[in-house]
Design a protein around this ligand. Sequence first.
Ligand code: ADP
Length: 438
Amino acid sequence: MTSPTSTQRRILIVEDSPTQAEAVRTLLDDAGYDVTVARSGSAALHALRGQHVDLVVSDVIMPGMSGFDLCRAVRADATLANTPFILLTSLAAPLDIMRGLECGADNYVTKPYEPEVLLRRIARTLVSGNTRFRDSSRDAISIAFLGATFKVGSTREQILDVLISSFEDVVRGNAALRVAEAEREALYEKERQARVDAESARQRAEEANKAKSEFLAMMSHDLRTPLNAIGGYSELLALGVRGPVNAEQLQDLERIRRNQRHLLMLVNDVLSFARLETGEIPLNIVPFNLSKAVRPLRAVIEPQAAKRSIEYMFEPCTDELVVRADSERVDQVLINLLGNAIKFTPDGGRVTMRCGVRGKMAYVDVEDSGIGIAESSLALIFDPFVQVDANRGKREGVGLGLAISRKLARAMGGDVTVKSVEGKGSTFSLLLALETPR
Ligand code: ADP
């Protein structure tokens, strides 16, 4: 703090909060004022009576004597009545400004205050406040403001000062509002742009996906023709149509055929998947008897199962059970599920297919006593090209079977779900819509 000089103006800060008092003191100290702090209204009166003060800056809300009470007491005291008085009011309480005028304050500053505003108002009040002639006998005028009436006995200059200060606050508030408005606009524009970008990214991704599926469909279609030729010609050779073949050559031809069939199967999977993605697979959804439709799959599955000494069982459901689906696609899904069940079941195991009604849907369960699937992988196996690590190895497949099966089932209004215990076996369920919903 600087020591007072004869030119220094003395300001009394009345503030009950020590931190706020300190903040104002530092500000005014730095601006070259001689500052005294009182922590209550009565302490302020005491200080005022003990020394000359050029201006009082008082908080409004204080325990005991409020800022208004203090202002009134100052104005009522003949020796202090002309002391310029500034109130620190809350921005949230506009009526405080009128109450301030009513009790004879010269000006106000709203809290939280900006340092330069407080300094400007102090400087102005020091000039105008000291020169004005206060006459306590003058008639107070009634002012109605925000539904309340105030009796104001202030001088014209005082009222004008307060008016100018309010106007200044409004202008500054308005400017802040405009900045906030501009920031809001900019944010809104950014958000709008982000939405536009996201939408165009989505469209690009969709187009790229479509192009990829179309490419896959075209490629696999073109691959099938030479693959069929390889199959056909190796069969011709094996039959001896082109001349005699020895046992070793026959074995080689069989290897060619096996690999050709495998490759053809992969190409067919990729083609089906690509067609499903582009929505090119037409579905022929009709009512049919579920048990009767799936029973003949035994002929396809039993030879594969027998080769591995796996026991295949079918537990039929009632003949009355009618579903709405595409029976060819139902066969395709079940052949895939049964094929997997055999593929992932060790020799000598068991695969069972059974059908029935569960809740509002018909089901065909394919249960195996195979290697099972880890809990953590269950959610992944329906994604295209996913093969669970532990189950890989020499087994055939590209990891499209389940993705195709689920897509087909969902396109028919059903689903494919799975329950599995690692090391014990899995049950895949094809769910189908009932002809007569329950
Ligand atoms: P693919 O059989 O061509 O690998 P799928 O989409 O049919 O592809 O199956 C994906 C993966 O799910 C398989 O690689 C395997 O890890 C796992 N899986 C599918 N069926 C079974 C099953 N019955 N038992 C154990 N794992 C299975």
